[in-house]
Design a protein around this ligand. Structure first.
Ligand code: ZLM
Ligand code: CA
Ligand code: ZN
Length: 380
């Protein structure tokens, strides 16, 4: 059933350790690592495993984490457990931003080093030229800071991977299509011109994490090397694709990155439990296909995504795009968890019908023009 596309790529690697999908943030917490298990079953159900290099990933080491995170913070993370957290002196939970968003759940440190280790493995395959494209759906935890967790993210696998890529790559482009602002990655590279960060997100000053207005553009050496594309509720497929391509084409042509990291947060899809956009799976995938078409080595990571049945469909579809394989619309028959995908059992359910599009043509055209003016600074 699965077919070779005209752009089949033999050098695609898939980095996964099924242990990451066994952790639980807690009852009713929206982040469900189980979505990674659903994704892996769909990917293998379609037979995509046969067309990629598969790697079972290992944990990131303490030394690797210290390339970005502070010693204080890693000491704290590696020692605290659900049992000890309640006995900590007052103030230390506040100091490290522990709470409902970032709870200390059983094994949270093992979980964190596993998703980070997978992104580091993926970046290593790009560095040594064994992969043209490396995929880690368990990564993309873009909010974690040097000394604190934030927004369900404990360690920042993206920042760690970029630091690794910078050993040999002069210019790294980071693209973030999660509905939330990629604040942790932007902040880490805010003062350097060797990493360009661009994030598309909902912005109204209140929506988490509250940052990502158009006026955040980088500073000192990094001025004009951060771009933010703030959007309103309900953006639809055509508007998003138009804007994405209209911005990314001149940006890539001007900046000439030698490697690209794309964060594919699935919470920008319609019907997401936390999101408020109207994107369908094909439109989200079109953004990945477009970046792939530049033929620049890519590290592709996951991120948000809070309606597991749609997260797994999306990332399976995108695995197909990245490997250049064409997937039939009807989901694999003999896959476990098939009951999660009814009643349609389709790779592309209709998701774009929930919210009113508050992004007028005029607003979007204005956003696009302002982005192009910013990108012009790159040519000096
Ligand atoms: N409260 N439980 C995106 C990260 C979004 C901050 C408001 C916590 C939730 C949310 C947690 C069960 C990525 C905020 C929220 C309640 C202060 C956010 C636990 C429901 C629950 O029911 C819940 C007890 C929880 C958290 C909703 N948190 C929704 N939105 C955001 C963080 C991460 O997708 O970008 C990348 C992976 N936090 O809005 C509050 C302000 C904490
Ligand atoms: Ca984003
Ligand atoms: Zn998100």
């Amino acid at each position: 059933k699965i077919e070779f596309g005209t752009d089949y790529s033999p050098d695609v690697s898939y980095h996964f350790n099924s242990k990451v999908s066994e952790f639980h943030y807690g009852v009713r917490h929206p982040m469900k690592p189980f979505r990674l298990m659903l994704t892996d079953h769909l990917v293998s159900g379609y037979g995509l495993h046969n067309y990629m290099d598969l790697y079972e990933t290992r944990a990131a080491s303490r030394e690797e984490l210290l390339e970005f995170h502070s010693k204080d913070y890693i000491d704290f993370l590696s020692k605290v457990t659900p049992d000890t957290v309640s006995k900590l002196p007052r103030g230390s939970l506040e100091k490290f931003n522990i709470g409902d968003d970032c709870p200390i759940f059983q094994g949270f440190y093992d979980y964190s080093v596993l998703y980070a280790g997978a992104s580091l493995d993926a970046s290593r395959k790009l560095l040594n030229g064994q992969s043209e494209i490396a995929i880690n759906w368990s990564g993309g935890l873009h909010h974690a800071k040097k000394s604190s967790p934030s927004g369900f993210c404990y360690v920042n696998d993206i920042v760690l991977s970029i630091i690794n890529l910078l050993r040999f790559h002069p210019r790294v482009l980071y693209i973030d299509i999660d509905i939330h602002h990629g604040d942790g990655v932007q902040e880490a590279f805010y003062t350097t011109d060797r990493v360009f960060t661009v994030s598309f997100h909902k912005y109204n000053g209140e929506f988490f994490p509250g940052t990502g207005n158009f006026d955040e553009l980088g500073c000192s050496e990094g001025k004009h090397f951060a771009l933010n594309v703030p959007l309103e509720d309900g953006i639809d497929d055509d508007s998003y694709i138009n804007l994405f391509k209209g911005v990314m084409d001149p940006l890539i042509t001007s900046y000439k990155p030698t490697v690209i990291i794309q964060q594919c947060g699935a919470d920008s899809l319609g019907h997401d439990r936390l999101g408020c956009f109207n994107l369908n799976i094909k439109a989200h995938g079109e953004c990945v296909k477009f970046i792939k078409s530049f033929g620049i080595p890519m590290l592709v990571v996951g991120g948000g995504g809070y309606t597991p049945r749609n997260v797994s469909r999306l990332w399976t579809y995108e695995t197909g795009i990245l490997s250049g394989m064409i997937l039939p619309e009807s989901l694999p028959e003999d896959s476990p968890f098939r009951e999660w995908f009814g009643p349609d059992y389709s790779l592309y359910p209709t998701l774009g019908d929930l919210y009113e599009n508050k992004n007028s043509k005029k607003f979007l055209e204005n956003v696009r023009i302002r982005c192009l003016e910013r990108i012009r600074y790159l040519q000096g």
